[in-house]
Design a protein around this ligand. Structure first.
Ligand SMILES: Cc1cc2nc3c(=O)[nH]c(=O)nc-3n(C[C@H](O)[C@H](O)[C@H](O)COP(=O)(O)OP(=O)(O)OC[C@H]3O[C@@H](n4cnc5c(N)ncnc54)[C@H](O)[C@@H]3O)c2cc1C
Length: 606
């Protein structure tokens, strides 16, 4: 028996964002004991940052909306490499999960007749995003947290898991430490739900919080689970680009949903040029129609600013490359122009986009009700992640579940805005439900002490090297990795850059073996950064290897040397797993044939 404090649960949930909280609530409601671990304080998870809304075909604003349209939009947005079963479950179950949030106390914006209001967002055919101004994530997390704390869930805040523990058959728990004192703890559990979010901190420019270091993807991979779709990283088209200290912070798509337009330095609305064939029939061909759409005219089609994120991000890059960019290397996003169209425009902007108004006022000294913003692409979301079963969310390791951004499948090659928050509650619930069932069916097992000791030794190794002259600084390594990923595995990819990145990763892995940390374990952020590096390097390698393998352009993955979609490539997913010799392996796997009734929906919605 190890000497470390040991806690025991039926279900252990790692991550307290929307997915983790929803999973913990569901497991607890099933009557099993639940432990919940998070790196930050409860309520501070990245979900709190979500702005624009949660997608679900409630049909409150446009009654033509239903699960079938939402399903078809999600598949089209993901360019058909999504798990069609996850897309189907998500579209069918999201409305109930949103109504459930309302019943638990979420105060959504309302329609004049008192129903949940829904707004337009990129790639959604009808207004579909339930929202609370532009602070939807805060409301979602507050509601789940309030609901969850009455369920008897034991919460371990400011704890980091550094290794999953398993035997040859199934998952047995996790090993971690508390971030303030640095004390190790063993969490014994019959089932584990990973809900650790994304990987944005692998890149230099990102909208993601400090927590997004790819821990869950890497922990799962190291424990023998498969990752899928790792080449599909979403670069959101509109991040702040000026001043430099705020580069990457998100400018919500809600700005464009409320009528914001994109312009180049000649004042041209460049998005009208080059609307993709697949979207032509659904896209306005003139600004007037686009404006009417944003104001709720059911006979109008969406403006091209509301096309999918991958497309809009590339159009912005093209403008910049052609010398038509804004002074600081982006383009202009203008919502102030709506004063030409409506009275009291400034009040409307402040009411519908309060966070954006304050964000620009405070961080850039710019009044968005009067002037355009400067924006450019920012690393935003990871479509890829842990490969899970669509119904249960169980990974390829028995007893290990994953939900939310850390899991893959729903979004295919590109996520639609608003489909993440609904993903969290739909699949968070499922993960909690099936983890509880799994735990009931599994007996208790002992964890091998040698495994625990090996995890502790690995975690302490940076201190052992603390006095060595050859020691590497963890911050420098993280910085070098972020720069390399941004330049060589970013929005536009080429074979030679990707191969160079693989070499670079090899060097960085070697340098990571020499990372050294001084001082002791209490409040040591250098140590925390040193431990994050393994995760950042693992996900970066998975992204790079998968990007080399997919020789076409699709969604978030754009290959300059293979600029078109390839029908054959569209029939496979790229799977990453740990080989027997410990090296990273890549496999192509055919996508299961879609059943006829779902094919018919897609054909009907074209
Ligand atoms: C600025 C911004 C705006 C967005 N707006 C929207 C929107 O309007 N609509 C939408 O649908 N999506 C939006 N998204 C995306 C969405 O917010 C995220 O995809 C989603 O919140 C992820 O939730 P999650 O539960 O998977 O993870 P998170 O909310 O990130 O939670 C992860 C949890 O895991 C914990 N954790 C991580 N690693 C460890 C570890 N090793 N040990 C212990 N705990 C760990 C963290 O502490 C945290 O508690 C937005 C994203 C950003 C950045």
């Amino acid at each position: 028996m190890s000497n470390y404090e040991t806690l025991e649960y039926d279900v252990l949930v790692i991550g307290a964002g929307g997915a983790g909280l929803r999973a913990a609530i569901e497991a607890s409601a099933a009557g099993v004991s639940v432990g919940l671990i998070c790196k930050s304080l409860l309520g501070k998870a990245h979900t709190v940052m979500a702005e624009g809304g949660i997608a679900g075909a409630l049909g409150n604003v446009d009654d033509r909306d239903n699960w079938k349209v939402h399903f078809a939009d999600t598949m089209r947005g993901g360019q058909y490499v999504n798990s069609w079963r996850m897309a189907e479950l998500h579209a069918k179950e999201a409305p109930d999960r949103i109504r459930e949030l309302e019943a638990w106390g979420a105060v959504f914006d309302r329609t004049p007749d008192g129903r949940i209001l829904q707004r337009n967002f990129g790639g959604h055919r009808y207004p579909r995003l339930a929202h609370v101004g532009d602070r939807t994530g805060l409301e979602l997390i507050r509601t789940l947290q309030d609901h969850g704390i009455h369920q008897g869930i034991e919460v371990h805040m400011e704890h980091t898991v550094v290794r999953l523990l398993r035997d040859s058959e199934r998952i047995l728990g996790a090993f971690g430490y508390d971030r303030d004192r640095g004390r190790f703890k063993v969490f014994k559990s019959k089932a584990v739900v990973l809900a650790t979010g994304g990987i944005g901190r692998a890149y230099k420019i990102t909208s993601n919080s400090w927590e997004y270091t790819g821990d869950g993807q890497s922990l799962a991979y190291q424990a023998g689970a498969e990752l899928v779709d790792m080449e599909f990283v979403q670069f959101h088209p509109t991040g702040m680009i000026w001043p430099p200290s705020v580069m990457g912070i998100l400018v919500t798509e809600g700005v464009r949903g409320e009528g914001g337009i994109l312009q180049n330095n000649r004042g041209e609305r460049f998005m009208f040029a080059g609307i993709p064939e697949a979207y032509k029939a659904q896209t306005a061909d003139n600004p007037e129609e686009g404006w009417r759409y944003t104001q709720g005219d059911k006979n109008a089609r969406r403006p091209p600013e509301l096309l999918t994120r991958d497309h809009v991000a590339r159009c912005i890059l093209e403008e910049v490359k052609a010398g038509r960019g804004s002074p600081h290397g982006g383009v202009f996003l203008d919502i102030s122009w709506i004063r030409e169209k409506i009275p009291h425009a400034a009040e409307r902007i402040q009411k519908k986009l309060p966070s954006m108004y304050h964000q620009f006022m405070q961080l850039a000294n710019l009044d968005i009700t009067k002037e355009p913003m400067e924006v450019g692409p920012t690393t935003h979301y990871m479509m890829g992640g842990v490969r899970v079963d669509a119904e249960t969310q169980m990974s390829s390791v028995p007893g290990l579940f994953a939900a939310g951004e850390v899991a893959a499948g729903l979004h295919g090659s590109n996520r639609l805005g608003g489909n993440s928050l609904s993903d969290l509650v739909v699949f968070g619930k499922r993960a909690g439900e099936f983890a509880a069932i799994f735990s009931r069916e599994s007996g208790g097992k002992n964890i091998n002490d040698a495994e625990i000791e090996s995890a502790a030794r690995e975690a302490l190794a940076p201190f052992e090297r603390g006095t060595q002259a050859s020691g590497e600084n963890p911050y420098q390594l993280q910085y070098d990795l972020q720069n390399m990923m941004q330049d060589q595995v970013g929005i536009v990819r080429r074979q030679e850059d990707l191969l160079r990145a693989l070499d670079g990763l090899d060097t960085l892995w070697k340098r990571a073996q020499k990372v050294a940390v001084r001082g002791h374990r209490e409040y040591n952020t250098g140590w925390h950064t040193a431990l994050d590096l393994k995760h950042l390097l693992t996900v970066s390698e998975a992204i790079t290897r998968s990007a080399i393998e997919r020789k076409e352009s699709r969604g978030g993955h754009f290959r300059d040397d293979f600029p078109s979609r390839d029908a054959a490539e569209g029939k496979v997913n790229i799977v990453v797993y740990k080989g027997e010799d410990g090296s990273m392996q890549v496999r192509r796997e055919p996508i299961a044939e879609m059943p006829e009734h779902l094919k018919a929906i897609i054909a009907e919605m074209k």
